[in-house]
Design a protein around this ligand. Structure first.
Ligand code: ADP
Length: 165
């Protein structure tokens, strides 16, 4: 079975991430969305919240949940791929700015594990400039991001940013 790991921070998942996931499902029988457990980087949402939001976004989009797993990971990505018996890492590519970092990571992962390949999908042009960070910043400043993130994320993002106000 073709199984790809789609790793990232997903803090929170955006429509850009969702479009990569949907395109990936055309090519791979199973995709594991692997949410990086990076609490030290002080994400807005905890890893469990990010997993829950990702699951809610997938359900809201009506995607085939029998082919998608949402999981947390830490440590080396290639070790996680081996544990999951997956040989493909799926990543999205946006503007040129992504390219250098992604190339570096793909080469390092190939160096660490020759049997794992990184596959890139070009961002949908509607979401080319969408990032989790930009959505959080715009929402914090009172801007409308409802067209850029899945509805469950929009609702939780507003609630989260209003916490403690
Ligand atoms: P990371 O911290 O690993 O970059 P992100 O959650 O920011 O985690 O991104 C995970 C993956 O999704 C990366 O490959 C990133 O390039 C891709 N991605 C993020 N936003 C978009 C978008 N708007 N369109 C396409 N791909 C995207």
């Amino acid at each position: 079975m073709s199984h790809a790991i789609y790793p990232g921070s997903f803090d929170p998942i955006t429509n850009g991430h969702m479009s990569i996931l949907e395109s990936g499902l055309v090519s791979f029988e199973k995709i594991t969305v692997a949410v990086l457990n990076n609490e030290k980087k002080r994400p807005l949402f905890s890893v469990n919240e990010r997993i829950e939001l990702t699951r809610d976004a997938i359900a809201a989009r009506g995607l085939d949940t029998s082919r998608i797993e949402v999981d947390a990971f830490d440590g080396l990505l290639v070790d996680y791929c081996r544990r999951k018996s997956a040989t493909v890492i799926l990543r999205g590519l946006r503007a040129v700015a992504d390219f250098e970092y992604e190339l570096q990571m793909a080469n390092m992962n190939r160096h660490l594990s020759g049997e794992i390949v990184t596959v890139f999908i070009m961002a949908n042009d509607a979401y080319f400039y969408v990032s989790s960070n930009l959505c959080k910043e715009v929402c914090r400043l009172g801007g409308d991001v409802s067209k850029l993130v899945p509805t469950p994320v929009d609702v939780r993002l507003l609630a989260k940013l209003n916490e403690g106000k």
